[in-house]
Design a protein around this ligand. Sequence first.
Ligand code: ZN
Length: 464
Amino acid sequence: MDVRQTESLPLIFVPDLNAVEQSDEHRHIFSRHFEVPSVPSIGEAQRSIVESRMKSFNQNNTPDVYAGSAATGELNLRSYLTAVSQQVIGIRSTAYEFAGASGGSSFVTQWFDTRTPGMLDSRDLFGSDEGWAEFREFVAQAATANPEVIPESVTELQDSWLDSVNFDAQGNVTVEFDDYTIAPGSAGSIVVTVPSANIIPLLSPFGLMARTAGMNPMPRIPADLLGSARPGEPAQTTQEPVAETPQPRNIDCNKTKCVALTFDDGPGPKTGKLLDELEKKDAAATFFVVGPNAKTRPELIERMIAEGHEVGNHTWSHRSLPALSPAQVRSEIDRTNDAISAAIDQPATLLRPPYGARNATTDRLAQAPVILWDVDPLDWKHRNTEKVIDAAVSQTKPGSIVLMHDIHSSTVAAVPEILSRLKAKGYTFVTVTELLGQDKLKSGKTYSRAPLPPTASSKTGEKK
Ligand SMILES: [Zn+2]
């Protein structure tokens, strides 16, 4: 049973809705939550989930717990829209937490009345305490009918377990239970449905509006309105769809000092500005995009290709791939390639696994060259333009692949100076494929940098 949801933006009633990504690459923490500047309570409520989850994850997973071991924890937080109308916004947030031995998922759905400040919860969907009590009865009945549910747990149904209530296309109520609450972990996530006819008499006026909004959660902005509807971003130009990659430039990285700048986790609100800066300096880069962002901002994917950059696959959910089943790994890659293909008529040919986490199995499943890096300016950690500039410039060697993230404004602000200083040192900025050579790239093989050019290594030899 799926809960209706969408990760795609923009939406007609909340044109200023933004997805905000955060990551801690070393400790395998990734979050994607929503902010709506015109409704501040949404950002506040969403941030409170992220902050409390990160806090408890940090308490359960002190950084040295896994020192010297290949195992590592993972925290993956994501938000989805489940109901949208002029007055109602429903946001479902999922958390997957893995702490060494076992992992589990949990869910919460926050409700917002755009005309009233503050967040509403499941209880606010119901008109009275009696209505809520009756709803709990229906949930208990429906849960008992599920053979995976532990009957005793249902007789002690706690209100806090009913914190992710949504509506399906027919207006029935769905209740999602966190792993381990009413069923063994092996059962996976349990979703219980209560029929519409039983629910309607119990709902509050807000609950009735939420039900209508939840039955059709995905109103889209027509494409021709898109340009003016996204404040803070350059208006979309009606370009011809780009059918093919521009011809590779004639750069021989065996003879030239080359570096490949790579930007992960976008495209985000700052990516347009980054593309402007790269264009000014005639620098090519590679963007490893996550699926929902590619789907949200296809015009930026088109622009990347049109301006000579390369687009790579950074999966859909930013999960650590070695923790997933083979089918899940392929789905993470395929869904993202579908989103990229929708923008540029071709899938990505390179994969960068989230966190650089990989093993022989995931490399094989990648069905593409697996691109890592040798220079990590820790931009996600410092969020400091000067530090990012210094680290990127001082650590880059001929043939380097530099890891950065275009979701951070501090990184985008660092790029002009990085380009100037590296150019002064004689570097040419190329895509990953240009750096490594189209003919040398092999599916399932990992790459962290290009071999040092023969001229550079022979010079070092002479000095000995
Ligand atoms: Zn990433």
